[in-house]
Unconditional design. Structure first.
Length: 311
């Protein structure tokens, strides 16, 4: 049941209609960490390779034997003057053809190098701290993502799709699963590509390069006062409530315009806001709701929606 659930989440994250064998294998490997990985049979690939070799040998053999002419008599054989003349004519015709223009489409990586991925895993928190203009803040972000309070950062682990991540609009850390577990910094997403890696080693790759190991889980972290309350509920007062109501009054197309207190009016507005963004509609300002409230006020860093290919 757990494997089936993870496979369905993976399909949702990749925005695809069907759950295929690759997704089930990835989900099983994630659930059974430490167990032997579930691999695909290499027998069909071996058969295909063997067939290719047989075809190549047969073609070579046919070019070496005497081919029958139209009247049934032997025609030119390889190495004969007639065959040499035919080959020369073919080479002349080929030399007169215009070369195909080079493709203008960039070639995207469809697989991640394991050594590069390992180095990115070790540098992921420091890379995220650099994006927040906080060199040396990687340990604080990592501690926050492990659940330690009072680090100067807040962090949540969530599950979603590429559309959900683009809606959030912040750089974050993807959780990749397979034979090994990796964390990978995500800096940009467009319709077919991802910008991944810490700033000094970033790469543009296809979504497929990551989706083999990604089932939708990610961490997102942001700076936050060490004394910020874990939850804010109806009836609370103080600076944190004032900040939240101020954020709500500037929140996009349906801002809060009621009294500056956390009463019944603000609770109703908050429940509607949570439903609009697919959050748990409980009327409580927890970490995830707070993240969505503060997101419009963050000018940097942001998740890139367009960027140039690296040379």
């Amino acid at each position: 049941n757990i494997i089936a659930d993870r496979a369905l989440v993976g399909a949702y994250a990749r925005e695809q209609q069907d759950v295929d064998a690759r997704l089930v294998h990835a989900a099983a490997n994630e659930v059974q960490l430490g167990e032997p990985g579930i691999g695909r049979s290499r027998w069909p690939w071996a058969m295909a390779a063997a067939s290719g070799v047989v075809l190549a040998v047969a073609t070579w053999f046919m070019l070496r034997v005497i081919l029958p002419g139209p009247d049934g008599s032997p025609a030119a054989a390889a190495g004969s003057p007639a065959m040499d003349q035919a080959l020369a004519s073919a080479q002349t015709a080929a030399s007169n053809e215009q070369p195909a223009p080079p493709s203008s489409e960039p070639v995207l990586l469809d697989a991640l190098d394991s050594l590069w991925l390992d180095s990115q895993h070790r540098a992921v928190w420091d890379g995220l701290a650099l994006l927040w203009s906080d060199p040396g803040g990687g340990l604080a972000i990592e501690a926050a993502c492990k659940g330690e309070p009072g680090t100067g950062y807040a962090c949540i682990r969530d599950t979603g799709s590429w559309a959900r991540i683009r809606q959030l609009g912040l750089p974050l850390v993807l959780v990749l699963q397979g034979e090994d577990s990796y964390h990978l910094l995500l800096q940009g997403v467009d319709d077919s590509r991802l910008l991944v890696g810490e700033p000094s080693g970033q790469l543009t790759v296809s979504r497929a390069a990551v989706e083999d190991q990604w089932l939708g889980a990610y961490y997102v972290a942001w700076p936050q006062a060490s004394n910020w309350p874990r939850e804010i509920v109806r009836g609370d007062t103080g600076p944190a409530v004032d900040t939240v109501i101020g954020l709500a009054s500037r929140s996009g197309d349906s801002p809060y315009s009621g009294e500056p207190v956390f009463g019944a009016g603000f609770e109703r507005w908050l429940v509607a806001y949570q439903r609009r963004f697919g959050l748990e509609a409980d009327g409580i300002v927890g970490p995830k709701t707070l993240l969505y409230l503060i997101r419009p006020s963050i000018s940097a860093p942001v998740l890139a929606a367009a960027w140039d290919e690296e040379p």
